[in-house]
Design a protein around this ligand. Structure first.
Ligand code: BGC
Length: 246
């Protein structure tokens, strides 16, 4: 496996004020990592590595060890995970592997790296990095899967899994995730996305909608008012927020 596909050499973390958070985003296609300073700003370059072909917990953990090596010292770990997670345990991972069901991921990371860790749903972490804390804000992430997270005045309403909600004859994820993009092509995927934006507006009456994830680069329409495309880094930038609550 290619050791590391970092965009450039990592910035030294030694000068970053503590606590330094190691933020990790686990995706169906890529695993990403970055150090954050206490205010949630990047304290290193973003590192990326391919998700292992058979992404069992064991395989992903081994690749994560390699991914974080060039980043240097950190005090705590925040992970965005592509499935339902509660109290650090992962319950679903449709786009990874069935072995993630009931996996004590948080505990495993703490044991492995000897640092406190927090694991949350990836779209929630991405949302924390994007929302303004004003009114009803929804984030949809467009990647291998379709992620969703809802916030009211900056507070997360956990557990939203819009991706797997039946829509038309299938689910939102079947149309708007990677499978949908490959099956229907970019033009129709764009049309479906515009339809979904209109429907979620009626459903949630959001004040702001954010679109994140790698496939936002496939968007070919100008987003309506109050809909913003967020940077790919947002998947990591929310990592500090996991330490705000409780
Ligand atoms: C999972 C969500 C996740 C999304 C994006 C979906 O398949 O069920 O929990 O947020 O993919 O990774």
């Amino acid at each position: 496996m290619t050791a590391n596909a970092a965009t450039s050499s990592p910035a030294p973390s030694a000068s970053a004020k503590s606590p330094v958070t190691l933020a990790i985003d686990i995706g169906g296609t890529g695993l990403k990592a970055m150090l954050l300073d206490p205010s949630g700003k990047p304290a290193s370059e973003r590192q990326r590595i391919e998700t292992p072909a058979v992404p069992t917990p064991k395989a992903v953990l081994a690749v994560l060890d390699d991914l974080i090596k060039p980043l240097g010292k950190f005090d705590r770990v925040s992970v965005g995970f592509p499935g339902v997670t509660k109290k650090g345990i992962t319950y679903t991972a449709v786009n990874l592997h069935p072995d993630w069901m009931n996996f004590h991921f948080q505990e495993e990371l703490t044991k492995r790296w000897k640092k406190p860790a927090r694991v949350a749903n990836d779209a929630s972490v991405q949302g924390y990095g994007a929302v303004q804390g004003d009114g009803v804000e929804l984030i949809l992430t467009l990647g291998t899967g379709l992620g969703s997270a809802l916030f009211t005045d900056g507070k997360l309403c956990p557990g939203l899994e819009l991706g797997h909600h039946p829509w038309k004859k299938k689910t939102y994820e079947d149309y708007l995730g990677k499978r949908g993009l490959e099956k229907h092509g970019k033009k129709q995927w764009n049309e479906h996305l515009q339809e979904a934006i209109a429907q979620t507006e009626k459903l949630f009456n959001w004040d702001h909608l954010y679109l994140g994830g790698g496939n936002t680069k496939k968007i070919e329409f100008t987003p309506p008012q109050n809909v913003a495309i967020v940077s790919n880094e947002a998947g990591l930038l929310g990592g500090v927020a996991l330490w705000r609550d409780k």
